[in-house]
Design a protein around this ligand. Structure first.
Ligand code: ZN
Ligand code: ZN
Length: 550
């Protein structure tokens, strides 16, 4: 068996938005691109975050990992790094640009890894050889965070181009326009395989430039007579810069409210990626006495989270900044699918308190950081890959992207729409899917990594929907007879006071269940009670028998 074939294994970010991670394998050498996290979906109760399932793949290959290369500082690309580095050798070199390393460092500190990790700062245009094998050239791309790069990876099997997250913005907020020259150069050199961002692949046309947000914000600032409150993500550093610029143009100060925003603003400013005129930033507690038309507040809570700064303002629970008549509130970020209801509720609350709320596409207060169809086609025609793997996106995005590539003349058999864990192998005869690494999701909650499985999640789901029912029975140790009437205790199931009759009948069911001879009282109670409660209420609480033998 030949081992010196090139393999590409996407470990995360395919069939989903988030937790991006790809492994490139050649011989006994592995290069990892990004290690992101995903924030949990609504049905993952009590889960703090989800990391890619690289465990199975790296299980017997930990010492093959030569390095990790990182495209940019968003959580879905860097959030999983501490977990990955703890699992492999923490001294494995990690290559990232200056802002990205600046955002990685505090994470490593929180995980006690800072002194052991080998962080290497690179910049766009630079080339490094990793593990004596992978020649990686980083190239500048435009995205919603400064200092983002894509990479061209030269391997003995051929050239791989990975775009990272990108869009073609001719008038970006930060840095030069996209490096079309580098892309065309790769195309001329001959690209074996392209991996490209699919997040907006079902979006026709071009993604609007960040510049249009400047115009949208200027309109808001011109029209507002009271305070302006903008909700966005701390990770959208380019957006924060635009808001700061607009505030400066219109003679307003800016207060930052919300921990994640404060942290990333502080970090980006310290590293020189945020340009803030002196005296412009003020503490949110110091706004009293300042005329409303001189105040801008940037707040967390763009997803309607009730506990974030904007959520507390909207519900009147904010200590310093209750929403009042005359306020203008701007939602300047996309709504993550699944959060529509929360955002809707927050917007309603804001209106109710007398604010003017600006949200949605029409007002140009937000544009996406990802390329739309025309940009993706332009990329494909510059890079001219032999094979194509759409990455970063749900299945529909990956399929739209694959269709674009077919439209550009790429043969269908050269395009691989993959799921996480599927292996594409390249040799003299071409490329094909050669396997699949078993894997799923790895959940992280307060207690640790990976010790929560689907069963625990299912239990949490049942508890959250239908509550639980405890059946407490005291049995005679010797005879096994009931010593007293069973007691039923419920939480989150039914309102007991109004359902006394149901509870009494449930107790009768428990007594009947115990009369069945030769059965374990625990399982007998569980079975009988579950089916009784379901037939009476069409709900399925978690039934937990507590058998005390006296
Ligand atoms: Zn990103
Ligand atoms: Zn991303």
């Amino acid at each position: 068996m030949t081992t010196n074939n090139l393999k590409i294994i996407p470990l995360g970010g395919l069939g989903e938005i988030g937790k991006n991670m790809t492994a490139i394998e050649y011989g006994r050498n592995v290069l990892i691109i990004d290690a992101g996290i995903m924030f949990p979906e609504h049905d993952m109760l009590g889960i703090d975050l989800v990391i890619p399932d690289y465990v199975e793949y790296l299980n017997d290959k930990k010492d093959w990992v030569r390095g990790v290369v990182v495209t940019h500082g968003h959580e879905d690309h860097i959030g999983g790094l501490p977990f990955l580095l703890k699992d492999i050798d923490p001294e494995t070199p990690v290559y990232a640009t200056r802002l990205t390393t600046g955002l990685i460092e505090p994470k490593l500190q929180r995980h006690g890894l800072a002194s052991r990790v080998n962080l290497k700062t690179i910049s766009a245009g630079e080339q490094v050889t990793i593990g004596g094998l992978f020649e990686v050239e980083f190239f500048h791309v435009c995205h919603s965070i400064p200092d983002a790069v894509g990479m061209a990876i030269r391997t003995p099997a051929g050239l791989i181009v990975h775009t990272g997250d990108f869009k073609f913005d001719y008038t970006p907020t930060w840095g030069p326009p996209p490096d079309f020259g580098a892309l065309a150069r790769f195309g001329a050199e001959g690209v074996l395989v392209l991996l490209s961002d699919s997040t907006n692949a079902d979006n026709p046309g071009f993604t609007l430039s960040e510049k249009t947000v400047d115009e949208g914000l200027d309109k808001v600032f011109r029209e507002a007579s009271g305070r302006i409150i903008l909700a966005t993500f701390g990770s959208l550093i380019s957006r924060v810069q635009q808001i700061i610029n607009a505030a400066a143009r219109h003679g307003r100060v800016v207060a930052i409210d919300g921990r994640s925003l404060e942290e990333s603003v502080e970090r980006a400013q310290a590293l020189g990626y945020l340009d803030v005129p002196p005296g412009l930033l003020v503490d949110p507690t110091r706004l009293k006495g300042r005329p409303d038309h001189q105040v801008t507040i940037i707040a967390t809570g763009s997803q309607g989270e009730p506990s974030a700064a904007l959520g507390r303002m909207a519900s009147g629970r904010h200590r310093h900044i209750p929403i009042k008549q005359g306020d203008t509130v701007v939602m300047s970020s996309r709504v993550i699918p699944g959060n529509e209801q929360l955002v809707g509720r927050a917007v309603n609350n804001l209106f109710q308190r007398g604010a003017r709320v600006i949200y949605g596409k029409a007002d140009h207060v937000h544009v996406s950081g990802h390329a739309s169809q025309e940009e993706l086609k332009l990329l494909l025609s510059l890079v001219k890959p032999k094979y194509f793997i759409p990455v970063h996106g749900e299945l529909r995005h990956l399929h739209s992207h694959a269709e674009l590539a077919r439209g550009q003349g790429l043969p269908a058999e050269n395009i691989f729409v993959l799921e996480n864990g599927e292996v594409v192998e390249f040799d003299e005869d071409g490329a094909r899917k050669t396997g699949r690494i078993p894997g799923g999701w790895v959940f992280v909650d307060g207690s640790g990594v990976g010790d929560i499985g689907p069963v625990v999640l299912r239990d949490r789901e049942i508890l959250s929907q239908d509550g639980f029912v405890l059946a407490v029975v005291r049995l005679d140790e010797k005879t096994g007879r009931l010593l007293e009437r069973p007691r039923i205790i419920t939480r989150g199931f039914v309102f007991v006071k109004e359902n006394m009759e149901l509870i009494e009948r449930a107790e009768e069911e428990v007594i009947a269940a115990l009369r069945v001879n030769g059965q374990d009282p625990q399982s007998s109670i569980r079975k009988t009670l579950s089916s009784f409660l379901y037939s009476e209420t069409q709900r399925q609480p978690m039934v937990m028998p507590v058998v005390i033998e006296d």
